[in-house]
Design a binder for this molecule. Structure first.
Ligand code: CP
Length: 345
């Protein structure tokens, strides 16, 4: 299988065997982290990281990944350039992408909802970069998808239901029950991580339950893909509107705050209005009492965690919490993505 030169914008656009190849390489890299098999794969090459929004895990893990592959990750924000936007004159995406591609072996981009005028505009921008750049475009989280996070989530769940770190078992995930529940809080979070989690859970054979208050449905196309993935696997997909029932029999619990579909007005992301709406809906917190309704579920979250609102400390730091394993897996998954799409494998 040749994945050299491929963009990674959403997991749904990669075939299942391509995703499995990526996951298998990530696990091998995790088991044997500094093996000389990997340490020269990006030798003398530069990966460009273009961040419109801040990050801890994504920036650190991509930088570490490039270093561990023998290359270098270069950091840039839009303030470093003069880029054309709806409101200001400047350099086009065509020119920026074609020039960047002359310097580097791949371009990672993060652009979230507060930097774009409507839902989906961030993902459209990545696709325009992908159209013009002749090196891979890696989605480091846009307003719709976060594929590296989704792969790290899945690797972590399969490790917990497998033989531990670096020894995942994907067959054991099939038929397990995945609960994605909205979480209370004042962070007005993106849809990207939770949508990617729906896609990977349904793709890899888990039954999917979404629990959310009325008005908090996600992207209809993601729901359609999730339904199709579940149908292909003979698994179930359901949406419930209470904060309790989804826990019954769950094996993987994922809680996260997210905004409503009405988050844009007059081309602007209405963050404060979204926070006020969410603050009026307390009580959607993953607690030990709720976890007790599950089938000994693991707790997963892409981090940063909003402790006390999305999830209690007791659960986030508890013996069935996978959050640090998933965060670590960002490194291994991204090493595999870079090795396969840009490296001398
Ligand atoms: N999960 C994740 O993408 O974290 P950062 O926003 O810190 O990169």
């Amino acid at each position: 299988m040749d994945l050299y030169g491929r963009d990674f914008i959403v997991t749904q656009e990669w075939a299942l065997d391509e995703l499995q190849t990526l996951l298998d390489l990530a696990a091998r890299m995790k088991r044997d982290r500094f093996s000389p098999r990997w340490t020269d794969l990006l030798a003398h090459r530069t990966f460009l990281m273009f961040f419109y929004n801040p990050s801890v895990r994504t920036r650190l893990s991509f930088e570490a990944a490039a270093t561990e592959l023998g290359g270098h990750a270069q950091f840039m924000t839009p303030s470093a350039g003069r880029f054309k936007t709806q409101k200001q004159a400047g350099e086009t995406i065509e020119d920026a992408a074609r020039v960047m591609a002359r310097y580097c072996c791949g371009i990672g981009i993060r652009i979230l909802e507060d930097k774009v005028p409507y839902y989906g505009a961030g993902n459209e921008m990545l696709r325009e970069y992908a159209h013009w750049a002749d090196v891979p475009i890696i989605n480091m989280a846009d307003d719709r998808f976060h594929p590296c996070q989704g792969m790290a989530d899945l690797l972590g769940w399969a490790e917990w239901y497998g033989e531990g770190p670096g020894r995942p078992n994907y067959a054991n995930l099939r038929g397990k029950n995945f609960l994605l529940t909205w979480g209370s809080g004042a962070l007005a979070r993106s849809w990207c991580s939770v949508q990617e989690a729906l896609l990977v859970a349904s793709r890899f054979g888990l039954n999917v339950t979404i629990a959310r208050p009325e008005g908090y449905d996600l992207d209809g196309e993601v729901y359609d893909w999730t339904r199709q993935n579940c149908a292909a696997n003979g698994t179930s997909f359901r949406i419930v509107d209470d904060p309790e029932s989804g826990y019954d029999g769950a094996h993987v619990v994922y809680s996260r705050n997210w905004v409503t579909a009405a988050a844009y007005q007059d081309g602007l992301f209405q963050k404060q209005a979204e926070i006020e709406k969410a603050l009026a809906i307390p009580g959607w917190t993953t607690t030990a009492a709720r976890m007790a309704r599950t089938d000994h579920a693991i707790f997963t979250h892409p981090m940063p965690v909003d402790r006390g609102t999305e999830v209690s400390d007791e659960v986030a730091s508890g013996p069935r919490s996978a959050i640090y394993d998933v965060a670590e897996n960002r490194l291994h998954v991204q090493k595999a993505v870079m090795a396969l799409t840009m490296g001398n494998l």
